[in-house]
Design a protein around this ligand. Structure first.
Ligand code: HPA
Length: 271
């Protein structure tokens, strides 16, 4: 893998005039608008980047954006890859390995998720304090390269406590309703049954989604501190469960997105 990373990094450095980002950002489903606040210096389609998989989702644009946001040099993935698209966990997380090789020192991740906590409503935000991984595989399965990280990475605090506190302070100063809770990653692509939502709540989840955890595991493996935030796009409360469509999830993400963008753009200068 090291060789593939080196090949990709040298392509990117060549195309971006040797831009060295400090912060990596992964933008989730329906949450690409943060890019509008970036002073863009270069933009590469995944399709043109050697060794990058291309998102199969028509609503994910699939671009790597390089630029300056709130005074910091950032690289942002507009559109991420998901396990349910058929990629391996290594393919999904390859861009995170590349960002690390480009020099990032923090990773910020966003996603759309279903609420499991009856106090967390559709359209609210939730800072992720911890996770439960119910996806069938770890991106670290297979031979470990000790130059990248340890065989058995510690997962006692993948989500940095000081960043969580800062984000919650930013939210309250700006009158944004933002909770804190546990994210459960499921394989997808189907949403959950009532019995599954019930189970996910019982085992300790506040929100459920189909992404983020592979990227967080790989970032933690490489020693990169992570901040992650969910936009709650639907409510998985078993007794009240409504049918939900992708259009509604995207519409809720679109409405709640400016709140998330505000928190991230105020958090970034403090990194
Ligand atoms: N379940 C799983 N993934 C999701 C959901 C959900 O309810 N909402 C958005 N992503």
């Amino acid at each position: 893998m090291l060789q593939a990373i080196q090949e990709t990094v040298s392509y990117i450095l060549d195309k971006t005039n040797h831009f060295k980002p400090d912060t990596g950002i992964v933008l989730g489903t329906g949450l690409g608008a943060l890019v509008e606040d970036i002073e863009i210096l270069a933009e590469l389609s995944y399709a043109d980047i050697p060794n990058f998989a291309v998102s199969t989702l028509e609503f994910h644009s699939g671009k790597l954006i390089f630029g300056v946001l709130s005074g910091k040099k950032v690289v942002a993935m507009q559109g991420r890859l998901h396990y349910y698209e058929g990629y391996s966990m290594q393919e999904i997380t390859f861009p995170i390995r590349v960002m690390k090789a480009l020099g990032i020192r923090h990773l910020l991740v966003s996603n759309a998720a279903g609420s499991l906590n009856p106090e967390f409503k559709k359209g609210d935000l939730m800072v992720i304090s911890d996770h439960i991984n119910l996806q069938p595989e770890s991106p670290l399965r297979g031979k470990n390269d000790p130059d990248m990280g340890p065989r058995f990475p510690d997962m006692s605090e993948p989500y940095q406590r000081n960043l969580i506190e800062k984000a919650l302070n930013i939210a309250s100063e700006n009158n944004i309703c933002c909770h804190k809770g546990v994210y459960i990653a499921v394989p997808g692509p189907n949403l959950e049954t009532k019995a599954e939502y019930n189970y996910l709540r019982i085992i300790g989840g506040d929100a459920v989604g189909m992404s983020t955890v592979p990227e967080v595991i790989v970032a933690t493996h490489m020693g990169i501190p992570v901040f992650a935030i969910s936009v709650l796009t639907d409510e998985g409360f078993p007794e009240l469960l409504q049918r939900v469509s992708l259009e509604e999830i995207l519409e809720t993400a679109r409405i709640a997105e400016p709140k998330m963008t505000k928190i991230l753009s105020l958090l970034i200068p403090t990194l």
